[in-house]
Write a protein that binds this ligand. Structure first.
Ligand SMILES: [Mn+2]
Length: 324
C-alpha cells in the first residue's frame, strides 16, 4: 500500500481526453467539491470530463456541480477514471464496473481505511479534506487554478474541516485556502450556499430529532435517531439530517455523539463523532464501517432499537477506556 506521486497521477490524467470522475454515495461537500474542482480544471484544459453519480446530489450542494453530472457513461472511447474521497469501492457500489472499465483507475482520498483499490493511488490520511489533495494535484499538473475551481476546493475544505474547527484542520488547510482567496473566490456566497440556506422543513425535522436526544455515560455520550416517519411528517429527506451529529457533539461535556438513521426496516446508518479523546473509527470498523478517528460511520442491518443498543454498547466501552 504505497502512494504514487501526484505528478505521476497528474501526468496520467493529462494523457487522456476523456476523464470520468467518481464520487461517493450520499455525497458531501468534500467528495462533490473535489470532483467538481477536478472536472472544472481539466475542462478548462480542453478535456472532456464528467462526474458520474448514482444517487441524488443534495440540494444545498447542487451549485457545485452544475452541468457536470451524468448517470450513464458519457463516452464512447477510452477513458481514465478517478475516484475522489472514496475509502473503498463499496462507496460507489453501482459504478464499480464502470470505474474498473477505465483504461487506468485512480484513487485519491484521505480516509485512513482506504483499501488502495486503484491502479494508481494517492491516500493522505492527515489531509483535512480530499479537496486539499486535489489542490496539490492541480499544482503538480501545472494547471492554473481558476476562481471557479478554487471555489469548489474551498467548499470541500470548509465542509470537511467543519468550518476549520475539526481536529483534522492544519496549517496547510489554511495555507491552501489563503492561496484560493488570491483567485478572487466569493467565499461569502459559497458560505451562504453551504451553511445559510436552510429550508424551514429542515428546521422542523431538526426540532423533532433534537427533541429525542438521549444522554448517557454521565453526559459524555449523546445519541439520537431519525425515522422514516419523522421524514414523512416534516416533508423532508434523509439528506436534511446533515449536520445533526455535529450538533450533538457540540454539547458541553459530550465526547462521542451518535446519530442513527433508519434507512429501511432492517437498515440503520450510524454516524459518529468524537470531540477530543475518543476514536470512533475503531467502533465503526467493528461493524464493517470506516472513516476517520473523529468522524466515522457504519451500517447495521437490524431494526433501529436493536442497532442502537448494539452501537451504544461499544460506544460505552470506548468511553470506559477513556474515563473508566
Ligand atoms: Mn472527505
Amino acid at each position: 500500500m504505497k502512494n504514487d506521486s501526484l505528478k505521476k497521477i497528474g501526468d496520467k490524467i493529462l494523457e487522456y481526453d476523456n476523464i470520468l470522475i467518481i464520487t461517493h454515495i450520499l455525497g458531501d461537500g468534500d467528495t462533490l467539491g473535489s470532483a467538481a474542482a477536478l472536472c472544472q480544471a481539466v475542462r478548462e484544459q480542453g478535456k472532456n470530463a464528467w462526474i458520474m453519480i448514482e444517487d441524488k446530489v443534495p440540494e444545498y450542494l447542487k451549485f457545485l456541480v452544475v452541468d457536470m453530472c451524468v448517470e450513464e457513461l458519457p463516452f464512447k472511447g477510452n477513458y481514465i477514471s478517478v475516484a475522489v474521497d472514496c475509502s473503498d469501492m463499496e462507496r460507489f457500489p453501482e459504478r464499480r464496473k464502470i470505474f474498473r472499465s477505465g483504461e487506468i483507475c485512480i484513487n485519491i482520498d484521505h480516509h485512513l481505511t482506504n483499501t488502495f483499490f486503484g491502479d494508481y493511488n494517492y491516500v493522505e490520511p492527515d489531509s483535512a479534506a480530499t479537496a486539499e489533495i486535489i489542490y496539490l494535484l492541480l499544482k503538480a499538473m501545472k494547471i492554473e487554478i481558476s476562481k471557479e475551481a478554487a471555489e469548489k476546493i474551498y467548499a470541500g475544505i470548509n465542509t470537511d474541516t467543519g468550518k476549520f474547527q475539526n481536529a483534522n484542520t492544519t496549517a496547510r488547510s489554511h495555507k491552501i485556502v489563503s492561496e484560493l482567496y488570491k483567485t478572487g473566490i466569493d467565499h461569502i456566497t459559497v458560505g451562504i450556499k453551504l451553511f445559510q440556506s436552510v429550508k424551514p422543513e429542515k428546521l422542523m425535522l431538526e426540532n423533532k430529532i433534537i427533541g429525542n436526544i438521549e444522554m448517557f455515560y454521565d453526559g459524555r455520550g449523546a445519541c439520537t435517531v431519525v425515522t422514516q416517519k419523522m421524514l414523512e411528517e416534516t416533508g423532508t429527506l434523509m439528506e436534511d439530517t446533515e449536520g445533526i451529529v455535529e450538533i450533538l457533539r457540540s454539547l458541553d461535556g459530550v465526547e462521542i455523539s451518535v446519530f442513527l438513521k433508519e434507512m429501511g426496516e432492517e437498515e440503520v446508518k450510524v454516524s459518529m463523532r468524537a470531540k477530543k479523546e475518543a476514536d470512533v473509527s475503531k467502533i465503526s470498523s467493528l461493524f464493517g464501517g470506516g472513516g476517520h478517528v473523529k468522524a466515522a460511520g457504519c451500517t447495521i442491518n437490524k431494526d433501529i432499537s436493536e442497532a442502537k443498543e448494539m452501537i451504544l454498547r461499544e460506544v460505552e466501552k470506548e468511553l470506559e477506556m477513556i474515563y473508566g
